[in-house]
Design a protein around this ligand. Structure first.
Ligand code: ZN
Length: 524
């Protein structure tokens, strides 16, 4: 046995040394001066940290229709202009204008504690006052009749409409420290509680979406909720469904405190001050910047990332990091590849979060560009290194993407996997707006860094979560792909693959349909 192993090792050694001796290490793309210059500019003159600070800390969250969104668009145009890249804000629609002010929430009885939480986007204000009221929980009534009977009692009170989570620890934390039995028990308890809570809401005859307005019309002082993101200190902050009273989201830790006190019959009171301003109907924009080609000015290679965000945090990983990748790639390309063989465009889209509206608007308004698009690269799933690219259902995508990727040095694609031809994306982010129009739009898809739980649409999607080395990796990758797509002597094929049959309906697979944006939003 021993001998056998030794012999094997020896053979292996010989094979290996033969492989390395004769042919050298696995092939690395031959040196390309532009690729080298891209890497040098990205690593020795990186602007990512500065841009990240200016955008996330200096401007902040970028809710559609808010003054912050407009400020960000103007900032981006100024940045591009300073880099010598012509840029413009293109109007594609109008949205309800709303400006976030302070939210102060305190428990004032049975004892005093300032609570961690915030109003939802578009929440009505408390009109410059601090409103104090009892806290009550949606009761576990028998049916909708019982609910209707209870309803008048909410007058002047804050109503809690979310389930009380049994644990504020992450599942990872439980797995690390719990016993097998305790972890299983916790998960089972949580499942039972979740089902019971759904039943409780169902029995009111309302849904989570319709309940706030019903409580508002019954005279409640405010809605209190907790959309826990399964991560300590992290909640998802979306839009309010009330028109007159504030909707506030409390962190699990403080929501649980109020809930347990109220449930056990203690009179619980909170004080809420929520300031905000309605600013009327506001124009909404995409920021578009352009490095024009003199060789093929009407053929286009595009970088793409949505610019808007939810506003509980500062939109650092959704989609601050995608934004940084594209801005930095543009800056680098202008510095080292100022005379591209095709025109390079970047789109910083508005209102992706409400349904890819900015990019759908662009696709509708710029049919010429979409028809002559060589390739588009979008990034929008967090701060991580790009680890997957799909051919989005284009039959020959493996040929050109594979060729372009071969020019990327190994260290910038270590974990990268490709899927060809893949399936056409019907949503998720702005590349889908282009795919729906039959244009070669691709997604540079990142590894997670717990994006879905930790930062996606949460109050803690902030600067400190950015992993700058990964973002730098992505800026280099995006810049090289754009350079290669510009240099390619061939136009990319748009031939679609035959899509797999829909197993449920037995129908042949269908390419996603192009859809119009919502051009007037938030006013219903
Ligand atoms: Zn996003």
């Amino acid at each position: 046995m021993k001998k056998f192993t030794t012999l094997c090792s020896l053979v292996l050694l010989l094979v290996c040394s033969a492989a390395f001796g004769q042919f050298g290490p696995p092939p690395q793309a031959p040196k390309d001066p532009i690729v080298d210059a891209i890497i040098k500019e990205a690593t020795t003159n990186s602007q990512l940290e500065k841009l990240g600070h200016e955008l996330m800390d200096g401007i902040g969250p970028r809710l559609v229709g808010s003054p912050k969104m407009k400020e960000a668009h103007d900032w981006a145009v100024k940045k591009y202009t300073d880099w010598g890249i012509p840029a413009r804000n293109e109007k594609w629609g109008d949205w309800r204008g709303w400006e976030r002010g302070v939210t102060h929430i305190d428990m004032v009885s049975p004892w005093t504690k300032s609570l961690a939480g915030t109003q939802l986007a578009w929440s009505p204000s408390t009109k410059g006052k601090t409103v104090t009221g009892d806290v009550v929980i949606i009761p576990d009534g028998a049916d909708s009749l019982a609910f209707q009977k209870w309803l008048p009692s909410v007058k002047g009170k804050f109503v809690m409409i979310s389930m009380n989570q049994p644990t504020g620890r992450t599942d990872d934390n439980w797995d690390k420290h719990g016993t097998k039995e305790s972890v299983e028990k916790m998960k089972k308890d949580r499942q039972t509680l979740t089902e019971a809570w759904s039943a409780r809401i169902r029995k009111t005859g309302k849904t989570n979406n319709t309940l706030p307005a019903v409580l508002e019309n019954a005279g409640a002082a405010g809605i209190v909720m907790c959309y826990w993101s399964r991560w300590s200190g992290s909640n998802k902050i979306f839009g309010a469904r009330t028109k007159k009273i504030p909707t506030i989201d409390l962190m699990l830790e403080d929501y649980g405190l109020l809930y347990r006190l109220a449930e056990n019959g203690k009179p619980v009171k909170i004080s809420v001050r929520a300031d905000s301003k309605e600013t009327g109907v506001q124009p909404t924009f995409n920021t578009v910047a352009e490095i024009k080609s003199t060789v093929n000015p009407t053929e286009y290679v595009m970088l793409s990332a949505h610019f808007d965000s939810w506003d509980g945090g500062t939109g650092a990983t959704d989609n601050g990091t995608g934004t940084l990748v594209m801005m930095e790639a543009m800056r680098i390309l202008k510095a080292v590849y100022p005379n591209p063989k095709r025109t390079i465009l970047v789109g910083h889209w508005g209102s992706e979060e409400q349904g890819l509206n900015g990019s759908r608007g662009f696709v509708e308004d710029h049919k010429d560009i979409v028809a002559n698009l060589q390739a588009l690269f979008n990034q929008d799933n967090g701060t991580g290194r790009v680890t997957s690219i799909s051919g989005q259902g284009y039959l020959h995508s493996y040929e050109y993407i594979g060729r372009w990727l071969s020019k990327v040095p190994r260290e910038y694609k270590v974990d990268l996997e490709t899927t060809f031809p893949g399936n056409p994306g019907s949503g998720g982010s702005d590349f889908a707006s282009f795919v729906a129009a039959g244009a070669p739009g691709f997604s540079l898809s990142s590894l997670s860094w717990d994006y879905g739980t930790y930062t996606w649409h949460t109050n803690v999607d902030t600067y400190d979560k950015i992993v700058f080395d990964d973002v730098r990796n992505n800026a280099i990758l995006a810049a090289i792909l754009v350079y290669q797509a510009c240099e390619d002597p061939n136009k990319t094929s748009r031939e679609k693959s035959v899509l797999p049959m829909n197993l449920r309906t037995g129908e042949p697979g269908k390419w996603p349909e192009q859809r119009s944006p919502t051009r007037k939003g938030g006013m219903e």
